[in-house]
Design a protein around this ligand. Sequence first.
Ligand SMILES: O=C(O)CCC(=O)C(=O)O
Ligand SMILES: [Mn+2]
Length: 202
Amino acid sequence: MSQNDFFQSGRYQSISLAGGELLLIKEAFSTAESAELFNQLRKHIPWSQDEIYVAGRRVLIPRLQAWYGDAAYRYSGLTMKPLAWTPLLRRIKQAVDAFSNCQFNSVLLNLYRDGNDSMGWHSDDEPELGCNPVIASLSLGASRAFSLQQKKPGSDKLKLQLNSGDLLIMSGALQHNWRHQLPKTRLAVGERINLTFRSVIA
Ligand SMILES: O=C(O)CCC(=O)C(=O)O
Ligand SMILES: [Mn+2]
């Protein structure tokens, strides 16, 4: 963290990285509201474990997912057809839009069942997300570590703890210059739901 300009005011933590912007809003959603949202989403989202192609082989991804919004989304050879917005997801989107000063049109939901579920190093840099996308990521349920790593050699690293109700907003050139992951953990952790709101250009 030493090279980063870190500004903290109450629940708003603005982290200015070399070539990217991060804003962490702690408890953007209250503990009670987050627990209610977690329960509703856990129960009503049609979670599925998708397959992707890695070096030509089909691999089950280590988490469950669902994709909602106005446009299809492609990554690692997988095309996710969008489900139609539900009243609950619209309500969450409105709050996230207001925090982010954006009008998102899509959301990827991830369900990490335990510490074995994870998301590997990647950048959210698909062309349909535009040049410098704003991505707003809401965490619900179990706390998990989230890591960022600068792409250039001799790179800077950063680890954040994401708790239930926290909203992490990635913007600027972050997706060009940094990658991020949700690593596996040996700790006994419960289920976590993550919603990453995006604007997909049709
Ligand atoms: O679960 C997380 O916090 C990260 C999710 C993520 O990076 C993604 O959906 O692209
Ligand atoms: Mn991501």
